[in-house]
Design a protein around this ligand. Structure first.
Ligand code: NAD
Ligand code: MG
Length: 298
């Protein structure tokens, strides 16, 4: 067999490279209004029964990375509940249709995870409507850039910690009532945990907290045969970035510094979440898996 050279068939997709058009949206932003529209795997992800019969709750499942994971999980045979903010209904409706197109059950539960009582309700509703729960993906996140600690308000700091840290704690705690042995918890951290930007002081701290939460909880839950892992994305082309996550000049050049010369598309990270959830990956826990286009940060 000869090694392939210049083999175009090895390139799955030619993805967009910067510069991108100027664009801003109010937080939380919609994937459907982004230019170019992110690829969540709608037409490309092919499943092979890796999660047949599984039941997953994915926060932030309407858009970006969470949406790509929802599509992948449904195509791998799982029933999927998604949570998102009420303002994101238009994106969420598309995800529900994509899950149902696979013949899988889709449960849509809008609501704000900064509230502990809503987090409890979310988990109970998801488990009730799915008929159980064995995969939890804590993926929802808040990122609002701020140039100085002097202008970072307590309200902003609090909202970022509530969304990224407290909600993960509340949702995970509630989910333990349902998760049987063999279940998988997957948290979305970030390269920001390891290489914090100066304009993401609050956000970067939460992403570091998620790494410590993941590693500590993996030790607690090992005896129950529940695995806990995290994915640490680098620059991915999602609504989070164009709705206050980055200043305009960074949006236009987003991903340019990555060795691959562009941002990742959500479709390119979903299989990491599939791998962590798979039963045959049963000895991997307490790990952080980075996908950032080649810096070798982790
Ligand atoms: P996204 O905006 O598409 O997804 C984030 C989701 O979080 C939103 O869709 C929203 O539904 C949810 N959310 C935010 N605040 C909420 C609240 N109060 N209540 C309920 N839901 C809420 O963007 P994304 O980039 O796909 O983000 C997914 C995760 O990936 C986040 O945790 C983010 O921090 C992380 N991440 C993203 C990047 C990137 O470059 N895009 C890099 C590293 C980490
Ligand atoms: Mg969204």
């Amino acid at each position: 067999m000869t090694a392939p050279t210049n083999n175009k068939s090895l390139i799955i997709e030619e993805y967009p490279v910067p510069p991108f058009n100027q664009q801003t949206q109010p937080i939380p932003g919609l994937a459907s209004k982004m230019e170019p529209r992110p690829d969540h795997g709608e037409t490309s992800y092919r499943g092979s029964g890796k999660l047949t019969g599984r039941k997953a709750l994915i926060t932030g499942g309407d858009s970006g990375i969470g949406r790509a994971v929802a599509i992948a999980y449904a195509r791998e045979g799982a029933d999927v509940a998604i949570n998102y903010l009420p303002e994101e209904e238009a994106d969420a409706v598309e995800v529900v249709q994509l899950i149902e197109a696979e013949g899988r059950k889709a449960v849509a539960i809008p609501g704000d995870i900064r509230s502990e009582s809503f987090c409890n309700k979310l988990v109970h509703q998801a488990a009730e409507q799915l008929g159980g729960l064995d995969i939890l993906v804590n993926n929802a996140g808040r990122q609002q850039f701020n140039k100085s600690i002097r202008t970072l308000s307590t309200e902003d700091f609090d909202a970022t910690f509530k969304t990224n840290v407290y909600a993960m704690f509340w949702i995970t705690k509630a989910a333990l009532e349902y998760l049987p042995a063999g279940s998988s918890i997957i948290n979305t951290s970030s390269v920001q945990a390891y290489k914090p930007s100066e304009i993401l002081l609050d956000y970067a701290q939460t992403k570091a907290a998620i790494v410590a939460f993941t590693k500590s909880l993996a030790k607690q839950l090992g005896k129950e045969k529940i695995r806990v892992n995290a994915v640490a994305p680098g620059p991915y082309w999602t609504a989070l970035q164009v709705s206050g996550g980055q200043p305009q000049e960074k949006v236009q050049h987003f991903g340019e510094d990555a060795p691959l010369g562009r941002p990742g598309q959500p479709a390119e990270i979903a299989s990491l979440y599939v791998t962590f959830a798979q039963l045959d990956n049963s000895f991997t826990s307490g790990q952080v898996w980075c996908s950032d286009g080649g810096t070798g940060t982790l």
